[in-house]
Design a protein. Structure first.
Length: 226
């Protein structure tokens, strides 16, 4: 088997990174890593333990002792295990969405999860998506993508996704939450959300998933993604 590059996909909440990354990994035969799910698992743990998400010391202790595992499931989907428990559904609850950016701001949490993420990518052939993959976690990734879309379009997609899971939400409320997450993610002192140098920036507001996949695969094949 020849060299297989690592592919870093970054972008704001609701841009469709998970769907694109999962399908891309499936098509290329790569390993899919959803780093956002790992932060969500940490946020869920904080909520369950009653830890204030502004208490960095307690969050650091939680992160050091937490066991977070990503296991391939059916149809290319990932199962997320927290301390041995499958929490794949629980981490998508709106209550987790409301606090995950606060948890992700904590430097010690980011360092701990970045260690786990780099270990997963050590052998190459990984499609990893998140907020700071190309800039901080895998700055040496051969292909870097920054996937974005308008706030309105991201809110529409997130509302549909939540509705499919049985959650009823107001689109205006979702837009406000996404805007707040954008502000938190972009302004944090450690590893803020920003396109990596040399990244292919894709605004997918009016693109189909297939069009996004073709654009990324073209970048992979021409070898100009680093």
């Amino acid at each position: 088997m020849g060299f297989r590059p690592n592919i870093a996909i970054d972008g704001p909440a609701g841009a469709g990174k998970s769907t694109v990354a999962r399908l891309l990994a499936e098509e290329l035969g790569y390993t899919y890593v959803d780093t956002g799910a790992m932060y969500r698992a940490m946020a869920l743990l904080a909520l369950r333990r009653g830890v204030d998400v502004s208490d960095e010391e307690k969050l650091e202790r939680l992160a050091q002792n937490a066991r977070i595992e990503l296991v391939p499931g059916e149809n290319g989907a990932l199962k997320v295990f927290l301390n041995g428990e499958d929490v794949s559904r629980e981490i998508r609850d709106p209550s987790v969405s409301q606090v995950v950016s606060h948890v992700a701001r904590v430097p010690a949490v980011r360092r701990r999860l970045a260690e786990l993420q780099r270990a997963l990518a050590k052998g190459g052939g990984v499609v990893m998506e998140g907020r700071d993959i190309g800039t901080a976690v895998l700055p040496g990734a051969e292909v870097k993508i920054f996937l974005t879309a308008s706030v309105g379009e991201r809110a529409r997609r997130r509302k549909e996704e939540l509705a499919a899971r049985g959650y009823k939400v107001d689109q205006r409320q979702v837009e406000e939450e996404i805007s707040q997450r954008d502000a938190l993610d972009s302004s944090r002192e450690v590893d803020p959300l920003t396109p990596a140098p040399g990244a292919l920036v894709i605004d997918c507001s009016s693109m189909t998933v297939e069009e996004v996949l073709r654009a990324i695969i073209s970048r992979v094949k021409d070898g100009s993604g680093s």
